[in-house]
Ligand binder design. Structure first.
Ligand code: ZN
Length: 254
């Protein structure tokens, strides 16, 4: 199973994977019946989660909604620490995660807009370097695991800041590779996928974020809040929901 999953992840472009994996995983879920772990996103219980990732880590992917460790942490964060589920807001969800989409769509308090440069799942086709919205028009942005792919992340950040209303906020997660470099490393001359994988952690990444990620966000004019919810949760909860070991949630406020 591990081999099979990591094979498909390497061979099938992610946008198709998201479309077709859903049905297959429904069938897989039957073999993961149990109640040892629980997904807070889809409120389902399983024996364990599925392995996931190019280097295949165990107990990661929810067979029902496709949430990963970080998605489950964000969900718990939104539930416990924000008024996301009740306050009226316009939300822009960039490169929308499948596990969140239908659930956010169903929220009556949200005017929910999905956007992506290529995903057929998103409503608006958009390049994040040039967001096709007016300034001060959005209350919430989610843009997770995107900035490490884009040519000019500082331009993308300034665009997100432009369209956010004053007081609006965004969640901007990026992958970190440990040991974390002190400063973010990028080099536009590195274009070979193999070289990129070596230097930036994945063959389609264009930079490797370092300890300075928070200050990079702040340099774009945002107030940055590094939410360490994970440190407040009990070992029992971390295990029950299979949460990431040390994920900081990067929330920025305009
Ligand atoms: Zn789930």
């Amino acid at each position: 199973m591990k081999f099979l999953i990591s094979f498909f992840l390497r061979k099938i472009p992610r946008r198709y994977l998201q479309l077709f994996s859903h049905v297959a995983l429904r069938i897989v879920a039957i073999f993961y019946r149990g109640n040892q772990v629980e997904c807070p996103v889809c409120e389902s219980q399983f024996r364990k989660f599925l392995p996931y990732g190019r280097k295949s880590r165990s107990n990661a992917l929810c067979p029902k909604c496709l949430s990963l460790e970080r998605h489950r942490l964000i969900w718990i964060y939104l539930k416990r620490k924000t008024d996301f589920f009740t306050k009226k807001a316009t939300m822009l969800h960039v490169a929308p995660e499948l596990c969140f989409m239908s659930r956010f769509e169903a929220l009556e308090n949200l005017e929910y807009i999905t956007a992506d440069i290529e995903s057929p799942l998103a409503k608006v086709k958009m390049d994040i370097h040039q967001i096709p919205f007016e300034e001060n028009s959005v209350d919430i942005i989610f843009c997770n695991h995107v900035l490490e792919h884009v040519d000019d992340d500082l331009k993308a950040l300034s665009e997100m800041r432009r369209v956010l209303r004053p007081g609006g906020w965004a969640i901007l997660q990026v992958p970190f590779f440990y040991p974390l470099p002190k400063t973010t490393f990028e080099d536009t001359s590195i274009t070979d996928p193999k070289e990129r994988e070596k230097e930036f952690g994945q063959d389609d990444h264009v930079r490797m974020y370092g300890e300075d990620y928070g200050s990079r966000l702040a340099s774009s004019g945002f107030h940055v809040v590094e939410e360490r919810l994970i440190d407040e949760l009990s070992e029992e909860e971390k295990k029950r929901y299979a949460l990431p070991a040390k994920e900081i949630i990067f929330k920025v406020i305009k």
